[in-house]
Write a protein that binds this ligand. Structure first.
Ligand code: 5GP
Length: 138
């Protein structure tokens, strides 16, 4: 299977579909996950096309993980989280549902369970409110 230029995240990167953006630079884009596993769940994408980590161009990893670190810090501060989980799935069997490489940043609080992966769609206003807290902490 080759990279599908019409996958949902490719469309978001082109501006063909909307997202609740929290950060963008020359190489990366970060926005709120539409079905968050926790309040403040953010996705970080490289702009360079690849399906997953396995076919990605390593030259962009420093830019990608600089943004992952920046957002992990902002999510922790902005959402007042106790900890941050960073995950990344490769292949449908591993849980990947959108085939443009992306990294999940998921805040955790002591005693609060994670919601199901790709579970329930969040209200747009709630996503905007969480995004505002994260942006304020950047
Ligand atoms: P994966 O399972 O591929 O690692 O994660 C895909 C993630 O993208 C899921 O957590 C899912 O909730 C999220 N997602 C799916 N479609 C959209 C969308 O159209 N917009 C946004 N912002 N997130 C999406």
């Amino acid at each position: 299977m080759s990279y599908d230029p019409n996958n949902i995240f490719a469309k978001i990167l082109r501006g063909d579909l909307p997202c609740t953006k929290v950060f963008e630079d020359d190489h990366t884009l970060a926005f709120m996950d539409i079905m968050p596993q926790a309040k403040g769940h953010v996705l970080v994408l490289p702009k360079l096309a690849s399906q997953s980590l396995l076919d990605a161009e390593p030259a962009m990893f420093s830019a990608l993980f600089a943004t992952v670190q920046k957002l992990a810090r902002a999510v922790k501060t902005g959402m007042e989280a106790d900890g941050i989980v960073v995950t990344q799935f490769n292949g449908a069997a591993a849980g990947q549902t959108v085939f443009h490489l992306h990294v999940h940043i998921i805040p955790r609080w002591d005693g609060v369970a994670l919601r199901r992966h790709s579970g329930t769609m969040e209200d747009a206003d709630v996503l905007k409110a969480h995004a505002a807290k994260i942006v304020a902490a950047l």
